[in-house]
Write a protein that binds this ligand. Sequence first.
Ligand SMILES: C[S@@+](CC[C@H](N)C(=O)[O-])C[C@H]1O[C@@H](n2cnc3c(N)ncnc32)[C@H](O)[C@@H]1O
Length: 193
Amino acid sequence: MDLGPGSPSRTSQAVALTRAGMSRPHTEQGDPGAQRRLCEGMTPIRRPRQGIWARTRFFDDQVLAAVRAGVPQVVICGAGYDDRALRFRSPGVRFFELDHPATQADKARRLRAMGADLRSVVMAAADFRDDDAPAVLASAERASGGRLAAAAERDRLAGSLRSRSAGGQRRGGPVATGGGPIRSRADAVGPTA
Ligand SMILES: C[S@@+](CC[C@H](N)C(=O)[O-])C[C@H]1O[C@@H](n2cnc3c(N)ncnc32)[C@H](O)[C@@H]1O
């Protein structure tokens, strides 16, 4: 269960801690130890979260396949302590991570502490219930000097975020973008691991 609105997501920490103990693929330039180091100092959980192994493998395969196919940008909504931006680092690929400000602040602090190379990572903070997530993405994109996606893609992403966050649901997932319609799973803004 997550803590209050000003606290980083405990659910995401539990997911990350489980993932840190898994054997997972990485790219040639990726950091296989990123998840473990991101989790340093987190309170250990007693039992691994159900279904995480299968979901982690699925999303690892999806992101790896997208990166290998030349997709230049991957947006991870509700990224939490997901380490894929570091694990699957590849030349010419940028990762955009969106999450609640409290979680993003804690993750940014951890990334700084571990001296992570963030040149290909853009972190943006938004509360999906109240903030205009596409505008936040657009602003992060401008600040990083990049070209994230066509307006139509952002609109589609926005619709997905709004419908998924309705009723207080707090979920996220990776979406690969390539300048056309959102690739892979346009509605992949679902629970991930
Ligand atoms: C179950 S965790 C999943 C984290 C990540 N996808 C992973 O697999 O490690 C849900 C994530 O959604 C984020 N989240 C929850 N509510 C949110 C909101 N209203 N706006 C933005 N992010 C939110 C949490 O901070 C948390 O990181």
